[in-house]
Ligand binder design. Structure first.
Ligand code: PXL
Length: 275
């Protein structure tokens, strides 16, 4: 069986980061090891959330794993809370990302042209130094712009997206996949660039009428799960985009759907049929 280690916060309510990554990776038939970087009562879009930072646990946990000879098929980082955590992820990758395994970085820190409340531009630039070490990175357009110091645009063309992808891989990542790429109203999708084989991939699907937090984490967990199962990055990205979209659709249709996260659990059978 394959094994992924994912490092991100655990927001106890909110359906994002680890509460999404764990069930999705497990449902895909892959062992999910975790390092929680912080415990929050909810994700940061609620007001009044509590936070307990767990940075001091990262090194003791990885030291123990090193002693036990534990290995991983992939290391996946998501929402990180500090410069120190980014440095610790680089060290961890040096130890655990060896021949036959890969580093997958979701620089979860911004959306819709804005950084999340906890971050500033320096943090975004520093996240780019972790992306530089990665095999695959999956920023949205906002995150890409903050990392690259490029202008964020609401409306753009293919040349704009291709330029971002090229610059993201110039940082050092082998493959960059941009999420939320929409060239016309009513559709959205993903566009990726494999710098090793000089190949672009674009996948478009109908755009759901609402957006929710945690959907980037659903996309990332599914995309990496697909790749670790042996799919090409293109097939994995397509299936992950479809699953994320279906999760949003089910939430909108659910009269009891909540507004802080999506019904990804209900869409698990849909995902498994596509693998
Ligand atoms: O889904 C990204 C995410 C992860 N973790 C926390 C967040 C968010 C987005 O808001 O607040 C704590």
């Amino acid at each position: 069986m394959k094994r992924i280690v994912t490092v991100q916060d655990i927001s106890c309510v909110g359906k994002c980061s680890l509460t999404v990554a764990l069930p999705i990776i497990s449902a895909m038939g892959i062992e999910a090891a975790i390092i929680p970087t912080a415990v929050l009562s909810t994700h940061t879009m609620f007001s009044g959330f509590t936070v307990k930072d767990l940075t001091d646990q990262i090194k003791p946990i990885t030291d123990h794993w090193k002693k036990e000879g534990i290995t991983f098929d992939a290391m996946y980082t998501g929402y990180l809370g500090s410069f120190e955590q980014i440095d610790l992820m680089k060290e961890m990758a040096d130890t655990f990302v060896k021949e036959g395994s890969l580093l997958f970085v979701d620089p979860a820190m911004a959306d819709n042209g804005k950084l999340y409340p906890a971050f500033n531009e320096d943090f975004a630039k520093y996240m780019a130094t972790l992306c530089a070490k990665a095999d695959i990175i999956v920023p949205n357009i906002t995150e890409a712009c903050f990392m690259l110091g490029e202008e964020y645009k609401e409306k753009y063309d293919e040349a704009y997206v291709k330029n971002l992808l090229k610059k993201l891989t110039d940082l050092g990542a082998k493959i960059a996949i941009l999420t939320g790429v929409s060239f016309e109203e009513g559709t959205t999708g993903v566009m990726g660039y494999d710098s090793v084989n000089d190949e672009y991939y674009h996948y478009t699907h109908a755009k759901q009428k609402r957006s929710y937090h945690g959907t980037g984490d659903i996309f990332s967990s599914t995309c990496l799960g697909g790749i670790v199962r042996g799919l090409s990055w293109k097939d994995a990205a397509r299936i992950a985009a479809d699953y994320t979209s279906e999760s949003i659709r089910l939430t909108i249709e659910d009269p009891k759907g909540n507004d802080y996260g999506v019904n990804f659990e209900e869409a698990v059978p849909y995902l498994l049929e596509r693998l």
